[in-house]
Write a protein that binds this ligand. Sequence first.
Ligand code: ADP
Length: 470
Amino acid sequence: MIRTIKKILKTLLGIVLFPFKLMWKLIVNLLKRFKFSIAFKISASYFFLYIVIILIVAMITSAGYMLNEINKFEKNIAEKDVENIIDNYPEIKNLNMDVSVKTVEIFDSSLNPVYPSGSRSRYSDNIIVVIEKLFYNREYIYSSSFYYGAETYYINISYEITSLLSDAARICMLVLVSGTIGLFFFVPIVSRTSYKVIGPIKNMTEITKTITVNNINTRLDIKGTQDELKELSQTFNEMMDRIEEGYTTQQQFVSDASHELRTPIAVIKGYVNMLDRWGKNDKAVLEESISAIKNETESMQDLIEKLLFIARSDKSTLTYTKEDFKISIILNEIEKETKMIDQRHRLYFKFYEDATIYGDQKRIKQAIRILLENAMKFTPQDGYIMVSSFIQDDYYVIKVEDTGIGIEKKDLEKIFERLYRAEQSRSKEIGGHGLGLSIAKIIVLGHKGKIKVKSTLGKGSEFSIMLPYI
Ligand code: ADP
């Protein structure tokens, strides 16, 4: 039963509120269509708040005035009138009462009217009734009680207070008018302040719009901005720093790569010219040219493949074909291949432990080979090269040690950068493009591993690849 009533009430409420809801939706949609600026919205909110405050102040002042006046009136007039009535009761005619008295009503202890006789009115000391009469009938009802002949009597004296009400209304109007005058000063101040607050954002937008690759070093001015905006500008500037750094590195890389390609192309061109002039008949020139062109094209191919690998890694299109495999398979293959191609060094292979790795066999082999090729390149004849592998904590470590030329301390952090080659290794005979270690690093990181280096100039180097194992 209660549930049905609740349901009916809910439906009724829904029906009654429906037009209001519709109106509200319409207003919200309409406001959404207008693109008000933040400054305007801030000003509008302040304006609204100001009006609310002025209204509240007007209401409180006039209500306060009325309360105060009524209080005074009760003490100075109403109480005296009641005393007058009590003194003369039951004779209350021809009393010297205040001029504003409209009616006097007396009730017995059961609140039945006794004066004026035959009256049907009711005793009222209820605040709501008092307020209602105040505004509708412009009269103030004062209530009191007294004893007469061992019985309690209640009195209602109703006073005419039109002048008090119009005074209160006048005060209310005065506050409202002052508020309206204040508005003329308030509006321009508020709108200027809000535009001042929003100004830096506008500035930021304008500056941001002008930033292109040609003026990538442009930054927002932080000095004049407010606190939160300062933080925003700072964050934006920091982001631009990072972008600029990335962009510069990328540009440097492109320029270095072009430079690397220029040399072999120039060499090939030189030999082709030589062939053109003398090579047709001179067998020695022909052979030398063919061999040189072959070498250079191979070197170029190697460089281009490496560059492509790095570009794919940058674009995140590099894919790994990962699977579980025993690392010993790769290590044994590498041992065999190295022993076959390198007779210049003393090679040692010691694989202490085996482990299962989840990864791309080919790529991991490529990374280990890069380290080994470097060791072979940078170690003089008869130098030692040792490849060992073991488990250390959560990683399977593959270490390549050599007794080669070593790396200077200042170069140690840079050798993993693209196209970086330490000074002492930049000879034509040694070769290399400075991309091997970058590629090895990409592969190792792609397997959630680590790559480390220790080296002493003139003594040798130690590179370690650390891969998580299963
Ligand atoms: P590169 O193709 O020149 O070998 P890498 O990226 O593999 O390029 O190596 C970058 C640089 O690090 C090398 O040019 C060399 O200066 C230095 N380097 C790498 N491995 C060794 C090593 N085993 N001994 C000495 N220097 C090395």
